[in-house]
Design a protein around this ligand. Sequence first.
Ligand SMILES: [Zn+2]
Length: 152
Amino acid sequence: MTRAQHAVKGEARPRRLAPVITARTVAKRCTATARSGERCKSAPLHGKKLCALHTPGTASILGQRGGRRRAVFNPDGLEPFPPPKDVNDLLRLVMQTVVEVRSAKIDTKTATAIFYGCGVGRSILETADLDARIKILEERHESAERERARVN
Ligand SMILES: [Zn+2]
């Protein structure tokens, strides 16, 4: 019975079971032995006997690519920025970072951290701004109360 037929009958979808390893599926697996000593469970590359990781040379290429992607970026090419003090500073930092991402001067992981930090900074600035405004209103209210008490 298909999933759709189960759905029509209102039955719960059957749980997906672990793949059954038969002689046929074994033949479709990579023939290399994993470091654990077991046979590799990955599917071989199309028309090959080995998976992508066990094909000689492929793993080192993948490692190099990953390594390059994860390499620590060089901050020398970046626009120097003092710590942002207000929303305008945050805006300039965000926009500059966008430009640097586009020109590949900064990696996206670092840029994401900067964007996140700018978001946190914005919330803090907003809260500080509201606090300052409330304090001014409270002081005005208190002085008005004092004035009223003096007149009466
Ligand atoms: Zn393999």
